[in-house]
Ligand binder design. Structure first.
Ligand SMILES: O=C(NCc1cccc(CNc2ccc3[nH]ncc3c2)c1)c1cc(-c2ccc(F)cc2)cc(O)c1O
Ligand SMILES: [Mg+2]
Length: 214
């Protein structure tokens, strides 16, 4: 049978990017997805917002829900200080297999811990498995109907601390209306919407940044 979209994305990285150069991996994926074949990476436009929030937070421990092919893992990990870590959770084994290779091609495998499984199962195990006390930064980019239950789970597991920043992709397209209601009407969060567009298109989308206050 033929190749998959993630496999073709990996080939484009191996062909057009320089090994060990995260910037060239990001550019190769953006070029491929803009000119050859769309894919659900956070992309270059929303990626600039992700970069600026990350630079502001400078997290020691970051969590990503929804690795896909590792594009945002590379964007996040390239900006982490030495000794800082990104834990990224991916449910789909085929996506995880490609993501590992793209993260390794960028030379960032020592900063990224990719865990296969469902967020709902893995979040309660974060403390015991990875010695995480709390996260400084969380990027939500997995199934949109999991944003609210997983945010509540992070709260209940004591994995959020005063100042933890949650950044959620796709709050307009495909949309996460319950999540917006949850964080915007909640005294424990200070939320702000960053307008942008759906990756590689002119369709409106954006990121919601929510700071945990308690
Ligand atoms: O739906 C989206 N992404 C999530 C997603 C989607 C599929 C599979 C997975 C499997 N990975 C997975 C699942 C559950 C999980 N639990 N814990 C980890 C974990 C990991 C994840 C998405 C869609 C569009 C989009 C599509 C079409 C369109 F027209 C406009 C926009 C744009 C995006 O930027 C998107 O992010
Ligand atoms: Mg997304």
């Amino acid at each position: 049978t033929g190749s998959s979209r993630p496999q073709r994305m990996l080939k484009a990285v191996q062909k057009n990017a320089t090994k060990g150069d995260p910037k060239s991996v990001i550019s190769a994926i953006d070029y491929y997805c803009r000119h050859k074949e769309w894919a659900m990476n956070v992309g270059d436009d929303k990626g600039l917002i992700l970069d600026s929030v990350l630079t502001e937070v400078n997290p020691s421990t970051a969590l990503e829900l929804g690795t896909y092919c590792g594009y945002s893992s590379v964007r996040i990990a390239r900006l982490l200080s030495p000794d800082s870590k990104l834990i990224t959770i991916e449910f789909n084994p085929a996506f995880a297999a490609i993501a590992r290779q793209i993260i390794a091609y960028a030379g960032l495998q020592d900063k990224v811990i990719l865990v296969e499984g469902a967020s709902g199962d893995l979040i309660p195990k974060m403390k015991e498995r990875f010695g995480i006390k709390s996260f400084d930064f969380v990027f939500l980019d997995h199934w949109k109907d999991r944003y609210v239950p997983d945010t509540k789970l992070l709260e209940d597991c004591g994995l959020l601390k005063k100042g933890t920043v949650l950044l959620a992709d796709n709050v307009i397209c495909p949309g996460a209306p319950e999540y917006l209601k949850y964080v915007r009407n909640n005294p424990r969060y200070e939320s702000r919407y960053y307008p942008s567009n759906l990756e590689y298109t002119k369709v409106e989308d954006g990121l919601e940044k929510s700071v945990f206050l308690e």
